[in-house]
Design a binder for this molecule. Structure first.
Ligand code: ACM
Length: 797
């Protein structure tokens, strides 16, 4: 380190030593109120750590961690040595050096320039995940009463050592940290059924969870669209149930028409490997085996598990999304099957909880089945809800007798619930409130707040997913304990998790972008004391965290910081370009014309004069670091200023708004271009171009695409709007001011029907004065395929 950098670091540390200790109480369950003696924001400066620790006390001086630092496992403890080695390896990856680990147990070694990793079961710490970290100018000491706490202390030190984003020796402000989690359940859920992730990818995710101090990985392994876990006794579950033929263009070879199955499952050996890997990072895996619904893949493999007296034929593994009606039947033989499956599952996963799903079990088939109705009557059950309750109770009894606890989605509350069952609240927080009041433990995983399949911005290059946007800020603001609960009831709140459903996440890159950095926001909500929540401080601490993601090749989304371009008009009607980002944080730098954007590029202050053709680039910077990739705005002509992507159009109703990936490349030619993203309301695809100034407009150009309508909407199916075809091949209709009446333009779909990619349609507009809202709908004669608008351009006369 240069003398200058060292002096600056020490001066900063000394200045901050005035900071009063930040004292926040922490507890494992119930997350009772905690109070901050001073604003937690101050801790963000000396402790650039996510999640923010419970208590930070600044000290004088700074510690220089370098290659000559010794990492000492106190007493030669094997766990401590392993955690020290893991720390060294992580340091190697980000700073380029790995200090030696001393596992000799030689106490005399606790000398200068040492980081001591100590596990002391007698240490005065609140729980096994708590730790103290003392950093002085001469060295550091991490102390915990169990390996998990020591690991978290090491993660904190690693974050402190990697905050400046540099290589080589790290200077860390001297401080004492006393830390413990607010909640015992800090989780992420991954859906490996709708789209599959490799073992390596799952491990990457688990590793990142550990670095966010999350400890529960809920693995969604079975669903209508795929059975992803090998069960030795029932090989067809994976032979048949792990493959589906996708809907739309991606399901068939474009030349031969041959089906292209989408397959994937984890062998038991792979699962054991993942469980081991997670345990080394203090992450427990909660496997989910869905029942009685979301069972179509299992029934495709073993049709006798289905409601045989109503099935006309065995179902396929489903290519559709949504709520399906295939339920397991309720015969004893099916319980034998389920218990056999659970026996293999519990042998693989050592954790306490087994998730049995229980959500969205549409009861149509049970209602239609004479045998199930007769069984219901014989059992004296009031209705199908009670029947599901009876089903869950049988499974709970099995799990209980094998020393495991049942957890299920909040539907398991309907019709009554075994007393020991734990409820995962997903339909908002209602289920959590009801369950906690009834004395059940609960985990908060509410939609939409913690549904990471929701998009995170309305940026044009936002990923596919469900709307509305669940932004970084909204996740950060999530409070796991519902306000309705009394302090006693709140003790049933085990914690919270975010869920990632993967219908619209085909790639692991999309998975990572959905999780990060929102997982950093979640981590703070479930770990840090309630009183320590500080959005501005979090954003400041996120700057080094974005650097850590990048250095570890984690594909985090920069949606919160991406620069957005908006065209405004000045008093004379001249166009101006306004730059902003979602969080209003950092400095925006821009460049017009050729060149490479850098920290030396002009700083954006006020809207810029805009004269097409031109090219702007812009990005957000903080402390000389780019927080977003550059974004470009390149209007070729004046018409381009009126261009709006589908994302900037309003959905007429907003029943089920999805940003979907086209199932073919944008140009319709395999492999030559990325797929397009199309935003539509699945129930009623209808768009409004608001405030179109039509005086000078002579034509409208609309780029359109199609996606397969592969949604099962159960009782909501009648709400799907289908418009009669306009012309032999249908047409896009444009209306002014209203969505009824005579169109002002009709754009036939013929050319678009003959390509799997995007097509630009064009039509003249009759001279129209003034500003109007334009309503655009497809009169195509069918809701399948689902036609959607990629962008609209108004062409001058
Ligand atoms: C769920 O989102 N169906 C739990």
């Amino acid at each position: 380190m240069s003398g200058k950098r060292m002096r600056a670091a020490v001066a900063a540390a000394v200045a901050l030593s005035m900071v009063t200790a930040i004292t926040l109480s922490a507890c494992q369950r119930g997350g009772q109120d905690a109070t901050a003696d001073v604003p937690a924001a101050q801790a963000s400066q000396i402790t650039p750590v996510i999640p923010l620790p419970a208590k930070v006390q600044a000290r004088e001086g700074a510690f220089v961690l370098d290659v000559s630092t010794r990492l000492q496992a106190a007493g030669g403890n094997a766990d401590a040595a392993r955690i020290a080695r893991d720390f060294a390896a992580r340091l190697q990856r980000l700073r380029g050096f790995a200090p030696n680990v001393d596992a000799s147990g030689n106490a005399a070694g606790e000398a200068a320039h040492t980081v001591v990793f100590a596990i002391d079961p007698q240490a005065a710490l609140p729980n096994d995940e708590a730790y103290n970290l003392d950093i002085g100018p001469q060295g550091a000491r991490i102390e915990a009463r169990a390996p998990a706490g020591l690991f978290y202390g090491a993660v904190t030190l690693w974050q402190l050592a990697t905050a400046d984003g540099g290589r080589g020796a790290a200077t860390i402000a001297a401080q004492r940290i006393e830390d413990a989690p607010r909640f015992g359940w800090r989780g992420l859920m991954l859906d490996s059924a709708r789209h599959f992730q490799s073992v390596e990818q799952v491990k990457t995710l688990i590793d990142q969870m550990a670095l966010h101090k999350l400890n529960t990985f809920h693995w969604h392994l079975t669903d209508d669209q795929g059975w992803r876990i090998e069960i030795k006794k029932y090989p067809k579950l994976t032979q048949v149930g792990s493959c589906r033929i996708p809907a739309g263009a991606s399901g068939h070879d474009p030349v031969t028409g041959a089906p292209i199955p989408y397959c994937g499952y984890y062998t038991q050996e792979q699962i054991r490997e993942v469980v081991r890997y997670a345990a080394e990072r203090y992450v427990t895996i909660v496997p989910e085996i869905e029942m009685p619904g979301h069972a179509q893949a299992a029934i495709a493999a073993y049709p006798e598990l289905g409601v045989s007296d109503v099935l006309k034929a065995p179902p396929p593994v489903s290519p559709d999304w949504g709520v399906h009606t295939y339920l397991f039947n309720t015969q004893d033989s099916t319980f034998v099957f389920l218990e056999d499956v659970l026996a293999e599952v519990t042998a693989l996963f050592p954790g306490r909880y087994i998730h049995i799903g229980g959500d969205e079990a549409a009861k149509d088939q049970w209602q239609a089945s004479p045998s199930i109705q007769a069984q219901k009557t014989a059992l004296g059950l009031k209705d199908e809800m009670a029947m599901q309750s009876w089903f869950v109770a049988r499974i709970e009894k099995y799990l209980g007798s094998h020393n495991r606890s049942l957890i299920g989605w909040d539907e398991i509350l309907e019709g009554g619930l075994p007393p020991r069952a734990t409820v995962m609240s997903w339909r908002g927080i209602k289920g959590a409130v009801e369950a906690a009041r009834a004395g059940h433990d609960v985990v908060l995983a509410p939609a939409p707040d913690l549904y990471f399949d929701h998009v995170q911005s309305d940026n044009d290059d936002e990923a596919t997913g469900r709307l509305a946007a669940m932004t970084l800020k909204s996740v950060y603001g999530f409070e796991p304990v519902p306000a309705e609960l009394t302090p006693d009831q709140a003790k049933h709140v085990l914690g919270a998790q975010a869920n990632l459903w993967t219908e619209h996440k085909r790639s692991f890159e999309a998975v990572e972008r959905a999780y990060f950095p929102r997982t950093a926001a979640l981590a703070e909500a479930v770990w840090s004391p309630k009183g320590a929540r500080d959005w501005d401080g979090f954003l400041r601490r996120l700057v080094p965290q974005m650097g850590r993601y990048q250095a570890q090749k984690v594909q985090a989304s920069d949606a919160a910081f991406a620069v957005r371009f908006e065209v405004e008009r000045d008093g004379q009607g001249q166009p101006l370009l306004k730059l902003s980002n979602q969080v209003g944080f950092g400095q925006i730098r821009y460049l017009e014309g050729k060149g490479e954007l850098s920290t030396q590029s002009p700083l954006y202050g006020a809207p810029l004069a805009l004269r097409p053709p031109t090219v702007f680039q812009a990005a957000t910077y903080v402390d000389g670091r780019a927080l977003s990739a550059p974004r470009r705005y390149a209007p070729a002509d004046l018409a381009a200023l009126s261009q709006r992507t589908g994302n900037r159009l309003r959905q007429c109703k907003g029943g089920l708004n999805l940003r979907m990936e086209d199932d073919a490349p944008a140009d319709g030619i395999g492999g030559r271009s990325p797929r397009a993203t199309l935003l539509a309301d699945v129930f009623d695809p209808c768009w409004i171009y608001e405030g179109a100034a039509l005086d000078q407009v002579g034509a409208i150009e609309v780029r359109v695409g199609q996606v397969p309508f592969n949604f099962q909407l159960w009782h909501d199916t009648p709400k799907v709007v289908t418009r009669a075809a306009n012309g032999p091949e249908g047409a896009l209709e444009v209306r002014a001011d209203t969505c009824q009446g005579a169109p002002i333009a009709v754009l036939p779909l013929g050319s678009a029907r003959r390509t799997a990619g995007l097509t630009t349609l064009r039509a003249k507009l009759a001279p129209t004065a003034g500003t109007h809202d334009l309503c655009l709908v497809f009169a195509s004669g069918s809701h399948d395929p689902l036609w959607a608008i990629e962008r609209v351009t108004l062409q001058p006369r």
